[in-house]
Design a protein around this ligand. Structure first.
Ligand SMILES: *Cc1c(COP(=O)(O)O)cnc(C)c1O
Length: 416
């Protein structure tokens, strides 16, 4: 019989787990342990040699567990499962999205280097790039959606930074406006600035699309980072992050994780495995709900503008990027309510079913005000440039019945 290729969602319950090693338990237990017993001293020596990079693993060598800062079954199995969605060679799970992002930046950037990044990025990432990295002599230079590779390269060379750039960091779709960045442009910029002595890596924060709707490695990027707090976790009950890429890059990321000690714990790993089992059904339902909500908002007289990828039209360059990079419009949308902050707040304060909270990608629908909440740290000038206005409201659509979400939006808009 031909070997069958199973879809990732078919493997989320079983992949990488051997029941015979855990008393036959159908579910992977929580390995709540700090350390692991070696059968012999020789075995301990052999495991350490590989873990500390003193020799390569033999082709058929089964490596055992050492210590939970290095590896733990709940993390290893989770990492193997996460690799399936993005078809990545390796994955490393972190205790937060921010620790995943900061570890990648600290590993691939050195004092004197420059990082070029898409604007807007997640508030925490923006803070790390503009407030923390400069203390280590690393500087960031932003670019916006729609800039071509030659425009970006010109900005870099005008500042005399062509030799300094070591990383292109991009978030697409951008939060909260859903602006799209072309990953092939990012790849081209990185290639133009690379030379035999200097590799420029491209890293994508794929949190907004989860592992389901956009697979950046297929578009030539080197590393993907996720806040697993969002779609991957999906239940607003944990904080975690992940990095994926090829073995060469991931070896470096994993080694720094070992020594920063910012890996996720076994309990978080276990919760994330639970979450991955329903990743596709959750996200699929969230996306179909978002279509209904976006269409409703579009025709509402108190709504000025809806930012939803499903409303892009042929002829718009953003539409071409959408078609090329994504398989779905996602479940995040934002809209300008007629008026200003006062009207936006009235709407938010009157929601009955949706919760007023930041974060996204979870089973429950959430609403927030980017200008004063998630993006309040962004300078006023940048907020204007990027369209993060006082009347902008961001919605993360959950798995409720879409007619209940729409009812809630309708009654809250009536109060405005
Ligand atoms: C939430 C988020 C992060 C940060 O992740 P944490 O898990 O909160 O540390 C990074 N990027 C994006 C796009 C996010 O939404």
């Amino acid at each position: 019989m031909q070997e069958r290729y199973f879809q990732p969602e078919s493997l989320m319950m079983t992949h990488g787990y051997k029941p015979e090693l855990s008393e036959g338990a159908v579910k992977c237990p929580i390995f709540q342990t700090s350390t692991f017993v070696f059968k012999t001293a020789e075995e301990g020596k052999a495991f350490f040699q590989v873990a500390y990079g003193k020799r390569e693993k033999e082709p058929n060598e089964e490596l055992g567990l050492i210590y939970s800062r290095l590896n733990n079954p709940d993390l290893q199995i989770l990492e193997e499962r996460l690799c399936l969605w993005d078809q990545a060679e390796e994955c490393a799970v972190f205790e937060s999205g921010m620790s995943a992002i900061s570890t990648v930046m600290l590993e691939f950037l050195r004092p004197g280097d420059t990082l070029i990044y898409s604007k807007p990025v997640y508030g925490g990432t923006d803070h790390f790039i503009n407030k923390v990295l400069p203390k280590y002599g690393i500087r960031g230079l932003g670019f916006t959606a729609g800039q071509s590779s030659s425009q970006i390269l010109e900005e870099v060379s005008k500042r005399g930074l062509s030799d300094k750039v070591k990383m292109v960091y991009v978030e697409t779709p951008a939060n909260p406006t859903n602006a799209l960045f072309d990953l092939s442009v990012c790849r081209e910029v990185a290639d133009q600035l690379s030379n035999p002595d200097k590799e420029v890596v491209v890293c994508v924060d794929n949190t907004y699309m989860g592992p389901l709707w956009q697979h950046p490695l297929k578009h030539g990027v080197d590393l993907i980072v996720y806040s697993a707090t969002k779609y991957i976790g999906g239940h607003s009950d944990l904080i975690a992050g992940a990095v994926l890429g090829n073995s060469k890059h991931m070896k470096r990321v994993r080694t720094l994780r070992t020594f920063l000690g910012n890996m996720a714990g076994p309990w978080t790993g276990w919760l994330l495995m639970r979450s991955l089992e329903t990743l596709k059904v959750r996200m699929t339902k969230q996306a179909s709900n978002a279509v209904e909500v976006a269409d409703y908002l579009k025709s509402h007289p108190k709504v000025e503008m809806v930012y939803y990828l499903g409303h892009l039209e042929p002829g718009d360059p953003q539409y071409d990027i959408f078609k090329k990079q994504q398989t779905c419009a996602g479940a995040m949308l934002s809209f300008d309510i007629k008026g200003g902050e006062k009207e936006a707040f009235l709407f938010l304060n009157n929601l009955k079913l949706m919760k007023l909270a930041v974060s996204l990608g979870s089973t429950e629908s959430l609403a927030e005000h980017p200008a004063t909440m998630t993006h309040s740290d962004v300078s006023e000038e940048d907020r204007k440039l990027l369209g993060i206005s006082d009347n902008l409201v961001r919605l993360s659509i959950g798995v409720e019945h879409h007619s209940d979400i729409i009812w809630d939006i309708q009654q809250a808009l009536e109060k405005v």
